[in-house]
Design a protein around this ligand. Structure first.
Ligand code: NAD
Ligand code: ZN
Length: 791
């Protein structure tokens, strides 16, 4: 075989396979534009080598013969395809051929949108719908009457009068875009198969074996012609026939019309091209038809299409290209979104090099792999997306894609909570991608409360490089601020001096740039240095850590340095902090970048004025068994953890033990195995050791709370006033409460005793007035020491 013959055979094979997937399975694998390219290549090879042409070549045939699931219907008048034009030149050629053959100048054409759906033929006998069929191979189609009856736009009885005894109406069944999108949204949520595009939606729905399924899919229909007619005459032009069909109750496109000559056609093409994105259905081109039937008869047919009509295609909305890579983009809140990097390809008239992949789940669902040939879709203003993979073109060893473990911007870990779609960078504080959002939160009123640091300043400071993280705020000088504003205004071409600082162009001209706003901002930043642990923890912007969680962390642990080095399971000791929040705090603290920014903040002068010893309330929760539960080891329930804790006293003992010792400790075999498997992971073993060390350390520094009824201060009310040297007021309060006292805010006759520190004020006076017992700090400390709660 010659090279040409080989290529022809190859093209025929590929086109036949594509036809089968497209027409029979309603599940195309290659893009329509690719199909069209292959078909054109085959057409031109066959035209140049007529000796190699064949009547069963895909170039000679329409569609594909029915596969047998439905009864067959022979079309009395064949249902043909349409020739294609992709350029103005081809449209001119089409018109010239007609002008020459009919010896007529500027003939009249009916012009219609080309909806992308599925061609069908509807047979009416005496005004009643009796049968509907698909096009099939043009000569024989499939009987889909029952399914078509569910399409509301198809009249079951003709309206008006004057209809022929037998009338075959031809038109397109299609799926409106709104219905298509709604269907796919539901499918995505329910985990079902999504429709590749509206045309496959229509074809797949109509060719369901169960009409009830078709009925659930909102299909529409419009008529664009007639087939066999018996017992009456139709008008003499196509456009009049369409008007007639409309009067009998058929939907006919409102966008159709009549024009003359090639210029008329091209004008219509451009007008429809402009409307394309706003239409409620998808069109892949427009169709031009010589309007008078006599002219149509004279022009006749080639094998698979009429010579009197042509489809002028729009730039395709789906193209195929190669996926060169998958990049991760980090959003302002840390969300990691995969973006496809593509070999450049024209889609709907625009060169596309990137496409969205939505999220990691979508990649898994499509099974997209780097190096794949993919189909990219771009409709209207919608961001281009990858809709499917061409599986035939995949390299055998292409690895399954996995979300990278590190943020490409800051190097922090990318993590995702179980059951969530979104992965995120845990470098909340240090990630440049999250910088502006982090500063906005850090400066907000309930966090560090930096007055005057508004949205625009934050953007300018960040974008112009004056701050790379929140820590840089404490390095800003007055000059920095003035220079920054000057540059920002110049970049935005704002006349110097605007509403932001109250200066007017006149004062600027005079050379006196007002700098009051900058002085105020520097003062506000300075003021924010003095803050509380709970505000600071909230300001860090840790995922899931809102004000109340920050407050609880501050109250229970009391000390930033301690919190910074706790492994995540320990955070679960705070009521209301569950696994998800604890892990989020752990991820945050595990990132060296975040820790570095905290160091810088402290070096920049941030002072937390209310730090104190951990709450005595922690103590009871620091058993080894509790930790084992908090670690969330598979199958280790509270009961199992207690069994383990009575056999093994700490992490070291547990890590040394072979699996059968877990069984000796009372664990069922499968639980023992689950534990051993868990421990075999080095990261788990390290976490267990670190968490247990932290537990023991905490236990040593946390005074033991005396339980309920036996409390020495049960029933007593204490009031704290003045400043204590050895411990904060919160800390003193926690300790007194741990011993059973109630700590009140004001002194009354019911007050049992008042603890008065340095510079005690009116509360002390009141106590003396009422004769209430007064303790100084030394007495308090002694009392606490006697009861095991010395700070
Ligand atoms: N991706 C694939 O694997 C694959 C496989 C086979 C076919 N295809 C696509 O299908 C096309 C071929 O299908 P085709 O033979 O149906 O040709 P076509 O879709 O290019 O044109 C003919 C069809 O247009 C429709 N049509 C819409 N509006 C019309 C109007 N106003 N008047 C007349 N007809 C109108 C009818 O259904 C008619 O059968 C190819 O160009 C290709 O894009 C794709
Ligand atoms: Zn990051």
């Amino acid at each position: 075989m010659s090279d040409i013959a080989v290529r022809i055979a190859e093209l025929r094979k590929r086109l036949e396979d594509a036809n089968y997937r497209y027409y029979v399975l309603d599940d195309p694998s290659i893009a329509d534009a690719e199909y069209d390219r292959l078909l054109r290549e085959l057409e031109s090879l066959e035209a140049d080598h007529p000796e190699l042409s064949s009547p069963d070549s895909p170039t000679q045939r329409v569609g594909i013969a029915p596969a047998g699931a439905f009864a067959e219907v022979r079309h009395a008048i064949p249902m043909l395809s349409l020739g294609n034009a992709f350029s103005d030149e081809e449209v001119h050629d089409f018109v010239s051929r007609i002008e020459e053959r009919l010896d007529r100048h500027a003939p009249r054409f009916s012009v219609e949108p080309k909806l992308d759906g599925l061609a069908i033929s509807l047979r009416y006998e005496h005004g009643r719908f009796v049968r509907g069929a698909t096009r099939g191979d043009g000569a024989t189609g499939e009987d889909v009457t029952a399914n078509l009856r569910t399409v509301k736009a198809i009249p079951l009885h003709l309206r008006g009068e004057g209809w022929p005894d037998v009338l075959e109406v031809r038109g397109e069944v299609y799926m409106p875009l709104a219905a298509f999108r709604a269907y796919n949204e539901r499918a995505l949520k329910g985990g079902g198969k999504v429709l590749a595009n509206p045309r496959n939606g229509a074809a797949g729905s109509l060719r369901q074996l169960d009409p009830r399924i078709t009925a659930q899919r909102p299909l529409a229909f419009y008529a664009y012609g007639v087939g066999g007619v018996e017992g009456a005459d139709l008008p003499s032009t196509h456009s009049q026939t369409l008007a007639q069909l409309k009067s009998w109750g058929f939907p006919v496109s409102a966008e159709s019309g009549v024009v003359t000559g090639a210029e008329g056609l091209l004008g219509y093409y451009r007008a429809m091209g402009g409307k394309r994105d706003g239409l409620p259905f998808e069109i892949d081109g427009v169709v031009y038809k010589l309007d008078d039937y006599e002219g149509q008869r004279e022009m006749g047919f080639v094998s698979r299409a009429p010579r009197w009509a042509i489809a002028h295609k729009f730039p395709a909305q789906e193209q195929q290209t190669r996926l060169v890579g998958i990049d991760i983009q980090i959003g302002r809140t840390g969300a990691a979104t995969p973006v496809a990097r593509l070999e450049p390809v024209q889609v709907a008239g625009v060169v596309v090099t990137n496409a969205t992949l939505h999220n990691a789940d979508q990649i898994a669902r499509l099974d997209v792999r780097v190096g794949d040939t993919v189909i990219v879709r771009r409709a209207g203003d919608v961001i281009p997306e990858i809709v499917r993979v061409v599986p035939e073109d995949r390299a055998a060893d292409a690895p399954v894609w996995q979300m990278p473990t590190q943020c490409p911007v800051c190097g922090s870990e990318i993590v995702r909570e179980e059951g969530e779609a979104v992965w995120r960078c845990s470098g909340e504080l240090s990630c440049p991608a999250q910088r502006n959002e982090a500063i906005r939160h850090f400066a907000s009123r309930r966090a560090m409360d930096i007055e005057g640091l508004g949205e625009r300043f934050i953007e300018d400071l960040g974008d112009l490089g004056y701050v790379t993280s929140v820590a840089d705020l404490y390095r800003l000088t007055l000059d920095d601020l003035l220079e920054m504003k000057h540059r920002a205004d110049a970049a935005k071409q704002v006349p110097l001096g605007d509403e932001r600082d109250g200066t007017t162009p006149e004062t600027v001209k005079a050379g006196k740039v007002a700098s009051k706003w900058a002085e105020n901002l520097i003062a506000a930043i300075d003021h924010s240095r003095d803050t509380t642990l709970e505000r600071f923890l909230f300001a860090l912007g840790i995922e899931h850590v809102g004000e109340s969680t920050a407050k609880a962390l501050a109250q229970w642990f009391g000390d930033l340095a301690l919190i910074r080095r706790l492994p995540w399971p320990l955070f679960k000791r705070v009521p209301d902090i569950g696994g998800e929040v604890a892990r989020a705090i752990g991820h945050f603290l595990d990132q060296p970048g975040n820790q570095r920014v905290i160091d810088e903040l402290l070096a920049g002068g941030v002072t937390l004025r209310d730090q104190h010893a951990p709450s005595p309330k922690l103590h009871g929760g620091l058993e080894f068994a509790t930790l084992l539960v908090d670690l969330e080891i598979p199958k280790i329930t509270k009961v199992r953890a207690e069994q383990l804790a009575s056999a093994f006293t700490d992490a070291a003992a547990l890590l040394d033990a072979p699996q059968h010792h877990f069984v000796s400790a009372g664990l069922p075999a499968d639980t023992a195995k689950a534990l051993a498997d868990w421990l075999a992971d080095d990261r788990h073993a390290a976490l267990l050791s670190a968490a247990d060390a932290a537990r023991q350390e905490l236990r040593a520094i946390t005074p033991e709370a005396v339980a309920g009824g036996a409390s020495v201060l049960e029933g007593q009310t204490a009031v704290l006033t003045g400043t204590l040297a050895a411990l904060t007021r919160d800390d003193a309060k926690a300790r007194l409460e741990a011993l059973g006292a109630k700590v009140a805010g004001s002194v009354s006759k019911k007050t049992s005793f008042v603890v008065a520190g340095e510079a005690a004020g009116s509360k002390l006076d009141k106590a003396q007035e009422l004769g209430v017992e007064v303790w100084d700090e030394a007495r308090l400390l002694q009392f606490l020491a006697e009861h095991g709660l010395a700070p």
